[in-house]
Design a protein around this ligand. Sequence first.
Ligand code: 13P
Length: 256
Amino acid sequence: MTLRKKLIAGNWKMNKTPADGVALVSELVAAIGKQTDVDVVVCPPFTALESVGRGIDDANFKLGAQNMHFEASGAFTGEIAAPMLRALFVTHVILGHSERRALFGETDAFINQKVIAALKNQLRPILCVGETLAEREAGDTLKVVQTQVEAGLEGVGKDQAPNLIIAYEPVWAIGTGKVATVDQAQEVHAFIRGLLTKLFGETIAQKVRILYGGSMKPSNAPELLAQKDIDGGLIGGASLEARSFVDLVKAAAEAK
Ligand code: 13P
């Protein structure tokens, strides 16, 4: 019996206007707004944070952003700071997503600065890690994940560590329909738990949620969520439709 409450987060990526987002969350609120078995986080684009935030006012949902800058303000054209997110009642922030690493050149050191800044501003980072197909085929999966976890969490103190959320997202499984097998996923999740144990000790490591991401959908979720170290999901495509997202939250509620 795990002490960790399951968490399902929807990463909408670059999809949905404010109006589209409000329409989606109104369906989610009607279906699962009052459930308390699973932590639910919706992560719209910046432009929809405010209206979606209002749309989930009466629900048990949390609001997440998909990125942020580590500085609190200044000459950083096009960037968004933690205090701006806090002002919109954002509580979570996805950091180091593989799309940001691959398409926008984000490095572990850069992501680490964001993790530190998020924690300092009472935002819970969802730190994403995961190997590419080439790295998996070369047998480097655990080495890559170790580097991303250790470098991403450098300087995080034990007092802050319980607020962390890690997402293991094998890059080859994102948006491809190719899901990691339960054994592949559980192996990496257990490995990450071991890294957290080394960094923060057993008690804290047992509290940190480790989400799986990569083509997770209602059909494959029950098996994945039944694994000992898989504490939820970071959902891309299947978070854009009310029915599939609702079914994922229900699958998490039923997972033991
Ligand atoms: P998909 O669920 O579309 O594969 O995306 C996963 C993801 O990248 C979530 O952050």
